[in-house]
Design a protein. Structure first.
Length: 164
């Protein structure tokens, strides 16, 4: 006869639907870790475009065009899951702590914009072209972490195939 502890475990396992069980690790389609980089929120007008260009250029410098092209091929219109970690500098006694108070939804907007084919509606400024459109994004996991130094500040982005 099974012990009560084993029965509780068996009961818990039986309540987990197979669709809810995900593998611990998935194969990444794209990953970049930007350090010593201040994540920005959208600004009105020209400032928002500059924020997106700065992020795009930082990703290109970190990954290289060939690696980005490989990821474009892997994604090719497929639904994706996006995981983003914003590391925000706490600041110091002589620097206001506005960085650590940025809203996640505002931090995420430029990231999703940069992945698309163009940074602007007029299609003048190219994006990374990893996504045809952000309708390919079926799942988002976003988190912010407060760090003690500017060198630690940055963004970690990982894109996976979406698994329903």
């Amino acid at each position: 006869m099974a012990s009560d502890g084993l029965l509780e475990i068996a009961d818990a396992i039986s309540r987990i639907g197979h669709k809810d069980v995900k593998p611990l690790e998935r194969s990444s389609l794209f990953e970049v870790d930007l350090r010593n980089f201040e994540p920005h929120t959208p600004r009105n007008g020209k400032g928002h475009k500059e924020t997106r260009k700065e992020l795009r250029d930082a990703i290109i410098r970190e990954k290289g065009e060939a690696s980005i092209e490989d990821s474009r091929t892997l994604m090719n219109g497929k639904p994706v899951s996006v995981k983003v970690l914003f590391r925000l500098w706490r600041g110091s006694s002589n620097v206001p702590d506005t960085r650590s108070k940025k809203d996640l939804d505002n931090l995420l907007k430029p990231v999703l914009d940069v992945f698309q084919m163009y940074l602007d509606a007029q299609k003048n400024e190219p994006g990374l072209g990893l996504l045809e459109n952000d309708i390919q994004v079926y799942e988002i996991n976003v988190r912010k972490h407060i760090v003690e130094t500017e060198r630690e500040e940055g963004i970690h982005i990982n894109i996976f195939p979406f698994e329903s």
